[in-house]
Write a protein that binds this ligand. Structure first.
Ligand code: B4P
Length: 183
């Protein structure tokens, strides 16, 4: 099963993704985690990605798509995975369609996690990650509205989108996600 997990920054995608991959027993592919790992290991990719992440911008598509293409080549990903934080713009969504079509493995479901801006700011401010300064958070919310929100329409038009209320305890949110999967 191939699932895409979309939501604004700080919505709790990473938090819920960990539970979801355990439940479904599929690999977890988080572009954010992979980029942060590349930065901490000071790889070429990390050096290129760092300036964008610090500024709250999207990392260029060609870098992100290289990672995804490489990961999808792994036999562990042959029958499914959870894409967490990817795709983040319509170009990435189209590129993912092409990559999956080449492998004859269409996307099964797109889950949107919905959280209001005030709560997002509260969660990210409490997290204190390097890219969670007030200025960067504000920019990331803008980027989400301008570049990532259109991806929701892209998937809604294909009948793949299901939306989940992300307000509540992590257990409550996960229960809603489980109900979505049951349907
Ligand atoms: P990501 O790593 O994807 O992270 P995120 O959107 O900031 O957070 P997430 O939604 O996973 O929230 P979390 O569970 O941590 O992106 C970081 C950056 O990487 C981007 O800005 C971009 O620069 C770059 N990037 C990544 N993918 C890219 C792509 N495809 N293309 C280009 N650039 C890309 O939760 C947030 C906090 O809330 C945590 O502290 C958590 O404990 C808390 N929380 C979670 N659930 C909660 C709940 N129910 N109640 C209260 N608190 C909760």
């Amino acid at each position: 099963m191939f699932i895409v997990f979309i939501g604004p920054p700080g919505a709790g995608k990473g938090t819920q993704a960990q539970r979801l991959v355990e439940l479904l027993d599929i690999p977890h592919l988080s572009t954010g985690d992979m980029l942060r790992q590349a930065i901490s290991q000071e790889t070429d990719l990390g050096k290129q990605a760092s300036q964008y992440m610090q500024a709250g911008k999207l990392v260029p598509d060609e870098l992100v798509l290289q990672i995804i293409d490489q990961c999808l080549g792994d036999p562990q990903m042959a029958t499914g995975c959870l894409f967490d934080g990817f795709p983040r713009n319509v170009e990435q969504a189209k590129a993912l369609d092409d990559l999956l079509a080449k492998r004859n493995t269409p996307l099964n479901l797109v889950l949107e996690l919905r959280v209001a801006d005030e709560e997002l700011v509260r969660r990210m401010s409490a997290r204190k990650r390097e890219d969670d300064t007030a200025e960067t958070i504000a920019h990331r919310l803008e980027v989400y509205k301008n570049q990532t929100a259109p991806v929701l329409q892209y998937y809604a038009d294909r009948g793949l989108l299901k939306s989940v209320d992300g307000i509540g305890t992590p257990d409550e949110v996960f229960e809603r996600i489980r109900q979505c999967l049951d349907h």
